[in-house]
Ligand binder design. Structure first.
Ligand code: HEC
Ligand code: HEC
Length: 435
C-alpha cells in the first residue's frame, strides 16, 4: 500500500467512521459534564460496611460461612431428579445434595449447570436465573431480582428455606451437630443444647409452613431457632464479603490511563451516559441504583412464570419481604438506627418491576435478565434499542424504555464498553471447597 492510498483511506475513515470498524483514528474526548458522570461510576467498590451484621468482617465468621456455603449436608429431599439432561443434582428423594455452591458455580458464581440454564434447578426448578455473587456484598439495600430482603445476611436465609427443601429448625440443628464449636466461638450466645431435643425443636418447624410444628412451639424456643438461623446467614454474609472483584480496565481508564479501554469502548461509554441513558438506572460504582423498574423483559423460558399473569416482580415480593423476620425492622438487625422497611408498600406500579442489576463483570455472567433468556450482551443492547419487548411481561413499561435508534456500530460500542467492566477475579482461595 503506498502513501497515497493510506492517506485516502484515512480520509474516508474520517467521513464514514462506521465503515472503519475499530480503525477509526479519532480519539474520543469527553466534556467536563460527561467526566463528572463517568467519575461517579468508579473506582471498583469494596464490600459495604454492613452495620446490620456485626460479624460482617469477623474472620472466624468468614471461615464458617465459607464452609456452610459449600456444605450440601443441610438440604432436603430432591423433587425434580436428574434426567440425564437437566443437570439435576440427584435422584428424587435424595437428601444432602444441594449446597449454595450448586447454583453459584465457577469463578463468577453463576449457574451453568442447570439445563436449560436460564433458570436454576436445585431441589426443584426455580422461576428465575441465578445471579452472580461476585460483588453482591457491594450492594447496600436490595438483594435478588425483586428485593426479597434489604440486607445480605437475611437474604441468605431465603434460599435456605425456599430452594433447599429444608427448614430453619433443621438448619440450626445441622449447625448444632456439625459446627457448634466454631459457632460458639463467634457468636454472643452459644447454641443451646436443648436444640438436640426433637420433641421441643421438631425438624419440620418453620413459619413458612403453618401445618408444621412451628405454631405449637413456645415463643422463646422459636426465638432460639431464629437467632441461630440469623447467625447462619451472618456467617454466610461474612464469606460473601470476600467475593469482590478487583479493578477493571474501565476503572484504570477513569484513573487516568487513556489506553486502558478501546476507542470503541469509549464511544460506548459516551452512549451509556448519554444518548442511550443506561446510567439513569445503572448508576454509581456498582452500576445499580438499587431501585425497581419495569424494563419490559418478556417471560420466555421453560420454567419462568407464564402468562397471562406473568412474573409480577417486586410487587409479589413486598409481602414476603415485610413479613420476613430477618429484614432490618426485625429483632436480629445489629443496628437499630437502620430500618429500610419504612415507606415500602404494595404500590401497583411495582408490578413487573425488577431490581436494576449491577453491570460489573457482566461479560462473564450470562445469560441475562431474571429470565436468563437473553444469551449475549449484544442481544441485551439490541433489546434496549427496541425499548424492550412488545408484550409478554407484567406491568407498565418504564418511561425511560424508548427506542434508542442506535446504529450497528453504536450497539457494538456499548458492548465493548460493557466488556471493559470485567475486574480481576475473586482470589482463588475463596472458591475452593474448604470441607
Ligand atoms: C436453585 C439454586 C440456588 C441455590 C441452591 C442457592 N441459590 Fe442463591 N440464588 C439463586 C437464584 C435463582 C437467585 C435469584 C432469586 C431471586 O431474586 O428471585 C439467587 C440469589 C441469591 C442472592 C442475591 C444475589 C443478588 O444479586 O442480590 C444471594 C446473596 C444468594 N442467592 C445467596 C445464596 C446462598 C447463601 C445460598 C445457600 C444458602 C444460595 N444462594 C443457594 C439460586 C440458588
Ligand atoms: C429503566 C431503568 C434501566 C435502564 C434505562 C437500563 N437498564 Fe439495564 N437493567 C435494568 C433492570 C431493572 C434490569 C433487570 C431486568 C430484569 O431482569 O427483569 C437490567 C438488566 C440489564 C442487564 C442484564 C444484567 C444481568 O446480569 O442479567 C444488562 C446487561 C443491562 N441491563 C444493560 C443496560 C444497558 C446497556 C442499558 C442502556 C442501553 C440499560 N441497561 C438501561 C434497568 C435499566
Amino acid at each position: 500500500m503506498n502513501v497515497r492510498t493510506v492517506k485516502s483511506r484515512w480520509l474516508l475513515c474520517m467521513v464514514v467512521v462506521a465503515a472503519c470498524n475499530g480503525e477509526d483514528p479519532t480519539t474520543v474526548t469527553f466534556t467536563d459534564a460527561e467526566m463528572t458522570k463517568i467519575e461517579a461510576l468508579s473506582p471498583a467498590p469494596g464490600a459495604v460496611d454492613d452495620t446490620t451484621n456485626k460479624y460482617a468482617t469477623d474472620e472466624a465468621a468468614v471461615d464458617l460461612g465459607h464452609r456452610l456455603f459449600f456444605d450440601p449436608g443441610y438440604s432436603g429431599p430432591i423433587v425434580v431428579g436428574d434426567d440425564g439432561m437437566n443437570g439435576g443434582l440427584g435422584a428424587v428423594g435424595d437428601t444432602g445434595k444441594v449446597s449454595c455452591r450448586s447454583c453459584h458455580l465457577g469463578d463468577w458464581l453463576i449457574d451453568d449447570r442447570s439445563q436449560p440454564n436460564g433458570t436454576s434447578l436445585a431441589i426443584d426448578w426455580f422461576i428465575r436465573n441465578a445471579p452472580t455473587l461476585v460483588n453482591v456484598a457491594t450492594y447496600e439495600k436490595q438483594f435478588g431480582w425483586v428485593g426479597y430482603n434489604d440486607n445480605l445476611w437475611g437474604k441468605n436465609l431465603i434460599p435456605a428455606e425456599f430452594v433447599m427443601g429444608t427448614t430453619r429448625t433443621a438448619i440450626v440443628r445441622f449447625v448444632y451437630d456439625n459446627y457448634k464449636a466454631e459457632y460458639d466461638a463467634i457468636f454472643d450466645t452459644p447454641l443451646d443444647d436443648a436444640i438436640a431435643d426433637e420433641a421441643r425443636f421438631p425438624l419440620d418447624a418453620t413459619p413458612l409452613n403453618p401445618m408444621s410444628a412451628w405454631p405449637t412451639m413456645d415463643a422463646s424456643d422459636q426465638a432460639i431457632i431464629n437467632q441461630g438461623f440469623a447467625n447462619f446467614g451472618k456467617a454466610l454474609a461474612a464469606y460473601l464479603g470476600k467475593l469482590i472483584s478487583g479493578e477493571s480496565p474501565f476503572d484504570r481508564f477513569v484513573a487516568g490511563d487513556d489506553t486502558a479501554i478501546s476507542e470503541s469502548a469509549k464511544r460506548g461509554l459516551k452512549l451509556f451516559i448519554g444518548k442511550a441513558a443506561c446510567v439513569e438506572c445503572h448508576s454509581g460504582p456498582t452500576f445499580s441504583d438499587e431501585e425497581f423498574h419495569v424494563t419490559a423483559v418478556e417471560q420466555i423460558g421453560e420454567h419462568v412464570l407464564p402468562g397471562p399473569d406473568y412474573d409480577n416482580g417486586r410487587l409479589g415480593a413486598v409481602d414476603i419481604y415485610l413479613g420476613w423476620d430477618f429484614n432490618t425492622a426485625g429483632p436480629y438487625n445489629d443496628d437499630s438506627s437502620v430500618d429500610r422497611t419504612q415507606g415500602v408498600t404494595n404500590d401497583p406500579a411495582l408490578s413487573g418491576a425488577f431490581r436494576t442489576k449491577g453491570l460489573r463483570n457482566v461479560a462473564k455472567t450470562g445469560p441475562y435478565m431474571h429470565t436468563g433468556h437473553i444469551e449475549t450482551l449484544r442481544d441485551v443492547v439490541v433489546f434496549y434499542n427496541e425499548a424492550g419487548a412488545a408484550s409478554g411481561f407484567a406491568g407498565e413499561r418504564d418511561p425511560l424504555m424508548v427506542p434508542l435508534n442506535l446504529s450497528d456500530q453504536e450497539i457494538d460500542d456499548i458492548v465493548a464498553f460493557l466488556e471493559s467492566l470485567t475486574g480481576e477475579p475473586v482470589p482463588a482461595q475463596w472458591l475452593v471447597d474448604p470441607n
